[in-house]
Write a protein that binds this ligand. Structure first.
Ligand SMILES: [Zn+2]
Ligand SMILES: [Zn+2]
Length: 200
């Protein structure tokens, strides 16, 4: 992890991402949950939620687990964030920092509710990103809207910017735009006219 990025604040990260001046892969591990929570002024809210939900000994243990979890940046434009676990253990929270600051806070609490749900209700077991009653009560305690996913205009814009011309129909000239290039070893045909597509 480069030391520059531990000092970069989320607003700065967001501006750089939107300007295309920060490569997301360079900024992989940005900070830990406690660092981001402090930055967003949410740590007090999070500790209060955990303290009311659990007896003292358990809440301290959970808060320690939450605090140290890495926050990684995500390149996804179709999702605002994700809670990642492997073999029953938490790995990280991924966040797309290009989303609006208000969304970032909401997404962070949403993913944190998955982490709390996993550690409290299914410790050591595989966790599927369920949005059931257990997750929902953590979301409510933490102050996140207990709904499945959000939408961000900034990400929608980024998604549209990333669309590139990938193929042209050789028969009718229709242009096709995607975020990823076509596999050049395969043949593609235009569904509407049957013409062969020429990859760009
Ligand atoms: Zn979720
Ligand atoms: Zn065509």
């Amino acid at each position: 992890m480069s030391t520059i990025f531990t000092e970069v604040r989320c607003q700065v990260i967001r501006e750089l991402l939107l300007k295309g001046e920060l490569c997301c892969c360079l900024s992989d591990i940005l900070m830990t949950v406690i660092e981001l929570a402090h930055e967003l002024n949410l740590w007090r809210q999070i500790t209060a939620a955990v303290n009311t939900a659990l007896p003292a000994a358990e809440s301290d243990k959970l808060l320690l687990r939450l605090a140290e979890l890495p926050i990684r940046s995500s390149r996804a434009t179709r999702s605002l964030g994700a809670y990642v676990s492997k073999a029953g253990e938490p790995v990280c929270i991924r966040l797309q920092f290009a989303q609006e600051p208000g969304h970032l806070q909401e997404t962070f609490l949403h993913e944190l509710a998955h982490l709390c749900d996993h550690l409290c209700n299914r410790p050591g077991k595989r966790y599927h990103r369920a949005h059931g009653p257990d997750w929902r009560s953590w979301a409510e305690r933490l102050g996140a809207a207990p709904q499945r996913c959000g939408q961000s205009d900034a990400l929608e814009k980024l998604y549209r910017q990333r669309l590139k011309l990938v193929a042209v129909c050789q028969n009718c000239g229709t242009e096709f735009r995607r975020t990823r290039r076509l596999n050049r070893r395969r043949k593609y045909y235009h569904r509407d006219c049957g013409g062969r597509l020429r990859p760009v």
